[in-house]
Design a binder for this molecule. Structure first.
Ligand code: KG4
Ligand code: ZN
Length: 412
């Protein structure tokens, strides 16, 4: 099954084309194109993702990225180019006018290149992220996918972004092939047969959730954050210390050199019996620590700290956040006797989190299979959307697909 997937939920425009094949020991994936255009530098000026800026950039990126993906994947139909008469394009333009009413600049580029998109490519389905995320950003991807599915008469599979992060953990890189014919080169991944029940800790810039999956693909949210997501808290502390958005990676690099004991911080809700989290209190406690050192500080100012003080605060903040994430995840894994445990989402790139979960599994949870996304797939990408589409495979009529900024993983 060849899937073309589109991801525009936040500040990355991503398109992938991949072939999925089920075998005896799982599923093999051949990635023919994997494109990500990151806008984080543009959003950094504003300290976070700005919905309408994201929408504008997605509108600019989508058509050129699609053309590149089709070309480098060799998906352009090889049959001799049919001569389409102008009536075909007149009706094609009418369809585009009706679907892309609110994406005016995308509409212009789409029409300019519409002729090169026929005959329809060799793909079996189109997958698109329909939530959660920034509403204007999501709508751009959804309407683009609806237009393509309608014009090409291809099935459309709406995908939950968090399901994408979930499935990215199963992707193990298994090789690469040299380019052949018009195909540039392909990367191969292998997904093993999944053992249930599965427990997932999904941690990103907007979500912190513990998910239980007893059978395919019924997602059950055991716990979530009451306020800030873990990644959001990392980003806010980084900002006060003068690091650009998204500052999570900078905090974790800095933390390696710091001593957490110098400015101890609490792990909020670590003793609560549920599986919920709260990171707003930790974030404020860290801000007060900084104020104790510098005399004054607010979320809007950059604190004047020495490199040593920054490293110590970063280490203490990271320790407190990771501590509660690990403790609750392991407790849930024990309670539900899970056979598989995985991490997903942007914060799953965090080395301390990866290592502490591994250590805790060894100590408390033998035998449990532990899955992590490859380092190039922890952030937002479209391969994870294609993978979730392949497994969940809920095809939908294009006109029925709507973006849903607050979509939950339990809903379809
Ligand atoms: O999943 P993602 O790419 O986008 C969302 O869907 O939100 O997650 C981005 C988040 C940002 O908050 C970023 O700072 C955080 O992941 N992040 C990290 C690390 N790498 C990325 N946080 C802590 N440590 C890291 N190494
Ligand atoms: Zn994400």
């Amino acid at each position: 099954m060849r899937i073309l997937s589109i991801e525009t939920s936040c500040d990355e425009t991503a398109i992938a084309i991949a072939d999925f094949k089920r075998g005896k020991n799982g599923v093999s994936v051949r990635v023919l194109s994997h494109l990500i255009s990151s806008q984080t530098k543009l959003h950094a000026k504003f300290g976070g993702g700005v919905p309408n800026l994201a929408r504008r950039e997605h509108e600019k990126n989508l058509v050129p990225m699609l053309l590149t993906a089709l070309r480098e994947s060799g998906s352009k139909n090889q049959e001799p180019r049919k001569r389409y008469n102008e009536n075909v394009f007149t009706s094609c333009f009418l369809i585009l006018d009706s679907i892309l009413t609110r994406e005016s600049s995308l509409l212009v580029t789409f029409k300019k290149h519409a002729r090169t998109l026929f005959p329809p490519p060799d793909i079996d389905a189109i997958a698109v992220t329909y939530g959660p995320g920034l509403a204007p950003a999501l709508w751009t991807g959804v309407n683009f996918a609806r237009a393509l599915a309608t014009l090409w008469h291809k099935p459309l599979i709406p995908v939950n972004h968090m399901a994408g992060h979930f499935f990215s953990a199963f992707l193990n890189e298994s090789g690469m092939s040299q380019g052949e014919n018009s195909i540039r080169h392909s990367i191969f991944y292998h997904l093993p047969t999944i053992k249930f029940p599965v427990l997932a800790l999904l941690v990103s810039g907007n979500h912190t959730e513990i998910i239980l999956v007893k059978k395919p693909w019924q997602f059950n949210i055991l716990g979530q954050t009451h306020d800030d997501a873990a990644g959001e808290a990392f980003d806010k502390i980084a900002r006060v210390m003068g690091f650009p958005y998204p500052g999570g990676p900078a905090i974790s690099r800095l933390a390696e050199k710091g001593n957490a004991k110098n400015y101890p911080l609490p792990s909020p809700m670590i003793h609560s019996k549920d599986y919920d989290f709260s990171f707003s209190g930790l974030k404020t406690a860290a801000l007060y620590r900084i104020r104790d050192i510098t005399g004054s500080v607010s979320w809007q100012t950059k604190a004047k700290l020495t490199p040593k003080q920054k490293a110590d605060i970063a280490a203490s903040f990271e320790n407190a956040a990771i501590n509660v994430l690990v403790k609750k995840t392991i407790r849930a894994a024990k309670e539900y006797k899970v056979k598989t445990l995985l991490l997903g989402g942007g914060v799953s790139a965090n080395a301390l989190l990866r290592q502490e979960i591994r250590k805790a599994i060894k100590e408390h949870l033998q035998p449990t299979t532990y899955h992590l996304p490859p380092s190039n797939l922890t952030g937002d990408n479209a391969l994870m959307i294609a993978t979730a589409a392949y497994f969940c495979n809920h095809k939908s009529a294009p006109d029925k697909v709507r973006a849903d900024a607050n979509l939950r993983l339990e809903e379809r």
